[in-house]
Design a protein around this ligand. Structure first.
Ligand SMILES: Nc1nc2c(c(=O)[nH]1)N[C@H]1C(S)=C(S)[C@@H](COP(=O)(O)OP(=O)(O)OC[C@H]3O[C@@H](n4cnc5c(N)ncnc54)[C@H](O)[C@@H]3O)O[C@H]1N2
Ligand code: MOO
Length: 397
């Protein structure tokens, strides 16, 4: 059995390389940007009128002119007009380009307009007032979004503003989620006394959905022949295989052997950790990785977050973020195995306090309900003090 640290290193050594693709901006939310994005023009791209009103020349105001015949209108979206007579004004609309020969915008609230003449009621004006000058936010060529960033609503707006109708993103892998086990029945079924509804595949598919991945879900029974037959088509059609169950020492835990028969190399099988001790990680010669998540629901979920998501993020070139949390109470544990502890966090004046949720072990699915994430208490140490800082992998967002 290898240590958690060795398992992480082996995951890191075997990260994938995803291609890029161009997708419609309408579908780009939450995807990972594959290119840097630069400003293709200044922001704003022209001297932009910021208030509805009139545009005048400051020089005319300084010589005492207060009554300005309206020469024309500069609407937003219309080409640039020009003020012919400096004692006149042009009516301007928010978002319009500032007309030539003007350098001040006076809003309607400070005007009195009668029979085509605007009288300025305010005492003073400032040159360039209510004008959003070209390039003041950023210049053409400025780096706005970095490759590897997750596309947020704000980055979607930047992509739209810079002309990306189609956005270069990192391709998402096609993932098969395969649950195993004869005791498992379909969600819609009424289970007999010795059966349970199959919930791990739903949990994994839902977790993958939040990464933007639509997984294909399969169920395979604990029959060596059927398992062997069942995985063959799955092997061909997917980039990543996530299995849940059938990786420990049971008489019907055929999965590791069947996968090896099909050509998978075992990278490791068994990690000195709780939960998730029988976790299996392997790879086919084609490069397709296999994550054999132990079947107990807490083991499945914890191994998914610790190992699969790490692999996925690193394969996409994205940092795998942790939250710094403070252990809310002392923990004493046997030092033999690393302990992945479910925690619920509470924000106390900006400090995230993490309370361990002990539940009744890795089969305790309802025990996951209050969990916000998982922290790892390393092997080789028995006492962990209240207030010690840990990296928490959050389960949501
Ligand atoms: N002799 C040993 N027995 C076990 C060991 C061991 O080292 N020696 N390890 C234990 C640990 S730790 C775990 S974790 C489990 C994992 O075993 P498997 O990966 O083979 O999983 P199963 O036996 O198939 O299932 C375990 C448990 O989880 C339930 N399960 C499985 N899949 C689902 C699903 N899709 N939805 C809901 N529930 C699921 C299953 O019914 C079992 O109760 O092995 C220990 N045994
Ligand atoms: O790894 Mo098993 O994870 O204790 O249930």
């Amino acid at each position: 059995m290898i240590s958690v640290e060795e398992a992480f290193s082996l995951i890191d050594e075997n990260v994938g390389h995803f291609d890029r693709e161009e997708i419609s901006i309408a579908d780009a939310g939450n995807r990972i940007l594959a290119d840097d994005v630069f400003a293709d023009r200044d922001f704003p791209p022209y001297d932009r009128v910021m208030m509805d009103g009139i545009a005048i020349q400051s020089g005319a105001f300084e010589t005492g002119v207060r009554r300005y015949p309206i020469e024309k209108i500069q609407a937003a979206g219309a080409g640039k007009q020009s003020l012919e007579d400096s004692r006149n004004c042009i009516e301007v609309m928010t978002g319009a380009i500032l007309p030539e020969n003007t350098d001040v915008v006076v809003p309607y609230e400070e005007l009195f307009i009668d029979r085509g003449v605007a009288t300025i009621r305010s005492d003073g004006i400032k040159r360039l007032q209510n004008i959003h000058l070209k390039g003041t936010d950023c210049k053409t060529g400025t780096l706005l979004l970095k490759r590897g960033a997750r596309i947020t609503p704000v980055s979607t707006a930047i992509l739209a503003a810079t002309g990306y109708a189609f956005v270069p993103v990192i391709k998402l892998p096609r993932i098969a989620v395969c649950s195993t086990g004869d005791e498992l029945v379909e969600v819609k079924s009424v289970p007999a006394d010795h059966q349970v509804r199959q919930s791990n595949a739903s949990m994994l598919a839902s977790a993958l959905k939040s990464e933007g991945i639509d997984a294909h879900v399969f169920h395979l029974n604990d029959d060596r022949e059927l398992l062997s037959k069942g995985i063959r088509p799955v092997l061909q059609d997917f980039d990543v295989l996530l299995f849940s169950g059938a990786v420990s020492k049971g008489k019907f835990d055929y999965l590791p052997a069947v996968l090896q028969e099909a050509g998978m190399d075992v990278i490791f099988h068994g990690v000195a950790q709780k939960p998730g001790k029988p976790f299996l990680f392997g790879k086919f010669a084609s490069g397709v990785p296999v994550f054999g998540l132990p079947g107990n629901p807490v083991s499945t979920f914890v191994c998914y977050h610790l190992y699969f998501r790490r692999w996925l993020y690193y394969s996409m070139g994205v940092p795998f973020d942790y939250q710094r949390v403070r252990l809310a109470r002392e923990m004493r544990l046997p030092a033999k195995l690393a302990r992945h502890l479910l925690v619920s966090v509470e924000n106390a004046d900006g400090i995230l306090n993490a309370s361990p949720l002990l539940g009744s072990g890795s089969g305790d699915l309802p025990g996951l309900i209050p969990a916000n994430g998982v922290i790892t208490l390393p092997a080789g140490k028995e006492v962990f003090h209240k207030g010690e800082i840990f990296n928490m992998i959050p389960f949501e967002g």
